[in-house]
Design a protein around this ligand. Structure first.
Ligand code: NI
Length: 162
């Protein structure tokens, strides 16, 4: 396994809409394993492929941050959402930043697992939040996009991410 370099904002790959993954061969299996290793090494609970410079609709999540409990999620779609809750989020592409984001508390999602099999699953609360955050990444959307204009100005005036 190899560690992948995590891209930090404003790396342009973070702003692209990623393409679907269409094959699930040895090369892809190695990439999933490298993403998993990278996520745990960086102490993340989720990691999307664009964050390691690969513009594909692939993400890894492990809401409890427990090795062996991670899930590889490919080509996900959320088709039902309900409830709303504000909560603090971090992101490996924004080291040290925490942003309050309102997310659905219950979602239903369809996605492929690491072998290409389709899964249909309901997620609630924190795992639902992680999937929504990571799914945003494959659409080129970032947690700072949820900030108000004023809060964004304040953040950028600190020159933290310019
Ligand atoms: Ni993130």
């Amino acid at each position: 396994m190899a560690l992948l370099r995590v891209r930090i904002y404003p790396d342009p790959v973070l702003l692209e809409k990623a393409k679907p993954l269409e094959s699930f061969g040895d090369k892809q299996q190695k990439f999933f394993d490298d993403m998993i290793e990278t996520m745990y090494t960086e102490d993340g609970v989720g990691l999307a492929a664009p964050q390691v410079g690969v513009s594909l609709r692939v993400l890894i999540m492990s809401p409890q941050a427990k090795r062996g409990e991670e899930e590889v999620i490919v080509n996900p779609e959320i088709y039902e959402m309900s409830g709303q809750q504000r909560g603090a989020e971090g992101c490996l592409s924004f080291p040290g930043l925490s942003v309050e984001v309102t997310r659905a508390t219950r979602i239903r999602a369809r996605y492929q697992n690491r072998h290409g099999e389709w899964i249909d699953k309901e997620l609630k609360n924190f795992p639902a939040r992680v999937l929504q955050h990571e799914l945003d990444h494959v659409n080129g959307k970032l947690m700072i996009d949820y900030l108000s204009f004023m809060d964004r100005q304040r953040l950028f005036s600190q020159q933290q991410f310019v």
